[in-house]
Every structure is written in C-alpha cells, then in structure tokens.
Design a protein around this ligand. Structure first.
Ligand code: AMP
Length: 373
C-alpha cells in the first residue's frame, strides 16, 4: 500500500475551484501541488507550487505532470480518458482511469448503477434519432432525453411532454448517442458524497438536500429534510455503488427522493462535488481533506456534522451584492474562487452558514435579496 507524505507532491488534472479547494486542504498538511490546466490564471493554479499550462490531453504535459508528482488526482470527469489511462502506467494514480470512463458516458454510468443493484429511472439508449423514434414508447411521456456525453448543469438535455416535442430533440444527436429516461416526479433532490481509500475504508458525508435554479445548484441544506428510512436507503445505495466500482477517492451520488420516501439514482460525479462544499465548515472533516487522505492512502475519518448548515452558491451576478453585504452577516463564511471575470451564471464562489434554525436562516437568505436574480 502506497502512502504519500507531507513534502511530497500531489498532481491535479484540472485547475478549477474543486482543484483549488483540494489544493488548499492538502497544503495545510504540507503537501506540494502541481496542476495541469490550459489557462494561465486558474483558481487552482493560483494556489499551486507548479503550474503546467497545456491542454488536458497534451502528452508531453501529462508526462511532465507524472514526473513532478508523487500521486495524481483529478478535479473533473471530462478529462481525456486515454491520457489518464496512459498516466496510470507511468505515475501513481490510485483512482485509476475506469471510473472516469464510466462516468463520462451516461450509458455506461446507468448500466454500472443498475449492475450495482441500485434503482435508476426506466430508460432506453438511442444511438441516433431514428432509434429514439422507434423505441420511445418503452419509456413514454413525460421523459427526459440527455446526451450520453458532455452535458452538465442541464445542458445537453430536454424534457419531452408528448410526441409533439420529439422534433426539438433531434439536435441533441448531433454529436453522439442519447439516453431517454422516464421523468421522475421527485419531491426532493439529494446527494450523498461517498469517499473510499485504497484500503477499502468507506465513509459518507451527511446527506445534503439540493435546490437547483435554472438547472444550476443554488442551495444545499444539511441535514436533508427526509425520514431516517430515506437517509438509510440513500447511504446504502451510495456505498453499494462505491463498492461495485471499487472506488478510490470521491464519488458524488445524485439522487431523487420520491413521494413515498424511496430513492432513485440520477447520476454520478467521480470527484468532490458542489453539494459537499458545506463540509468545509459544517463537518469535522471536509470532502477535500477526506479526498486528499484517500488518495494519499491515509486512514479516513467518520464525518460528523457540527451543526445544521446551508451552502448557497455565488454566481457571477451575486458577487457584487454579496461583497456589499459582508458587514451585515458575520455568520456567513464567504468563499471566492479567484476567477477573474464574474460572468452571468458562472460559479464564482459560495457562502456557508451554520445555524440552529434552518427555517430562519433560509428566510434570512431570501430577505438578503442577493439571490433575487
Ligand atoms: P442531470 O444533468 O442529469 O443532473 O439533470 C439536471 C437536472 O434535471 C436534475 O438535477 C433534475 O432537476 C432534472 N432531471 C434530470 N433527469 C430527470 C428525470 N429523469 N426526471 C425529472 N427531472 C430530471
């Protein structure tokens, strides 16, 4: 079993906010950070010791990353699978490459979830538009058609209410196959972040309740306001999937809660997740610290929630209002990721609020008017 020690270098593929928060956690313990990222000024690059500025699939750059790093991890799943696979041969990549291959493709991902024995919405695979037309009756309406690859934050997907909507989805097949899945009449969206080290120690973060606005995560409320039974099922499903995939590192399992409290799995992300940011202040171990422990072969810690916690995302349009309000809200922990341009709907940071009264804090968030648009 390989253990990585302080003073050694952790290489991260991807220079976004997830990489930055991983790097900040790792630096506390004295690790050095190398980052591969095509842009010069990136959230993770700003806090890294070594910056390799090149595309994620650049062979020479990957070799350079392998050379300077004692262990390599990644902060997002849309990296080049072949490049990552090659890296596993020349560097220590405890997470392997297979999980990325599986979660890059909804077809493989859904099959893997089913194989683990966890429930997914009824779905069909359509390699092309014609196949969709032929087989759509197996799913019925309403349904959601999603591109198998490359979609995020609601991009690359459309809801069909009836056959009249079919023509609109032909464009989704431009690049690749799609899945069509039954619309799930959920009462809540939740996520369990499960983390595992190479020794097989596995822990879940306290489950978050996720509220999306325009398909982008807006708020995570912890603990999720569900029954003990739902909580138990959600954790069991997450652990089942983690075991089936022989997870090392972090897996975020996004789920729907149905009216009867049962769970249906929506999708997986093989990395720290926006809905786990609350754990930086809210728990005795953050998702980033636990991720670093896992990939370094350290023993993991049982996560515990200190206090009910709310995380609210800061998009481009929220940055000025929130900075103008810092004086008003001493209990708000402000995180900004160092992105230069505050574009509309771009994730720029988040706020974490620990509270003894969730309802009152939710009301305070609304009344602040920061998230009015
Ligand atoms: P996804 O990219 O798969 O996470 O989907 C983005 C969002 O679309 C989810 O968070 C849900 O709010 C919604 N959504 C996705 N799939 C379904 C479905 N089968 N039924 C109902 N809503 C869905």
């Amino acid at each position: 079993m390989t253990t990585i020690y302080p003073g050694q270098t952790i290489g991260i593929i991807g220079g976004g906010q997830l990489g930055r928060m991983m790097a900040l956690a790792a630096r506390e313990a004295g690790f050095k950070i190398a980052v591969l990222e095509p842009s010069m000024d990136s959230p993770c690059g700003q806090v890294a010791d070594i910056r390799i500025v090149a595309p994620y699939d650049d062979e020479a750059a990957l070799e350079e990353l392998a050379e300077v790093s004692d262990v390599i991890t990644y902060e997002f799943e849309n990296i080049d699978y072949d490049g990552l696979k090659r890296l596993t041969e020349i560097a220590y990549v405890p997470q392997g490459a297979e999980l990325v291959r599986t979660t890059q493709d909804r077809i493989l991902e859904k099959a893997a979830i089913k194989k683990a024995g966890s429930p997914v919405a009824n779905y069909i695979v359509a390699e092309n538009y014609q196949q969709l037309l032929t087989n759509i009756h197996d799913v019925g309406y309403p349904c959601v058609v999603k591109t198998a690859r490359g979609g995020y934050d609601g991009k690359g997907q459309m809801t069909l209410h009836s056959a009249a909507d079919l023509v609109a989805v032909e464009q989704l097949f431009e690049h690749a196959a799609c899945v069509a899945e039954a619309f799930v009449p959920f009462t809540m969206e939740v996520s369990v972040i499960v983390q595992r080290n190479p020794q097989g120690e596995t822990y879940c973060l306290p489950m978050g309740e996720n509220i999306h606005v325009n398909h982008i995560l807006h708020e995570t409320i912890v603990p999720a306001r569900v029954s003990q039974q739902t909580l138990k099922q959600a954790e069991e499903e997450a652990i089942k999937i983690a075991d089936a995939l022989q997870l090392v590192g972090t897996l975020a399992v996004e789920m729907f809660v149905l009216e009867d409290g049962s769970i249906v799995i929506n999708e997986l992300a093989p990395r720290p997740h926006n809905s786990g940011h609350y754990s930086i202040e809210g728990c005795n171990i953050s998702q980033f610290h636990q991720h670093i422990r896992a990939v370094c072969g350290w023993p993991l810690r049982q996560p515990k929630l200190h206090q009910p916690t709310i995380m609210v995302n800061l998009l481009g349009q929220h940055v000025v209002p929130v900075t103008n309000s810092i004086g008003k809200y001493p209990d708000w922990s402000i995180h900004l990721y160092g992105k230069a341009e505050a574009k509309h709907n771009r994730k720029m940071g988040h706020v974490t609020i620990m509270t003894d009264d969730l309802d009152q804090t939710l009301q305070q968030i609304t009344e602040s008017a920061i998230w009015a648009e």
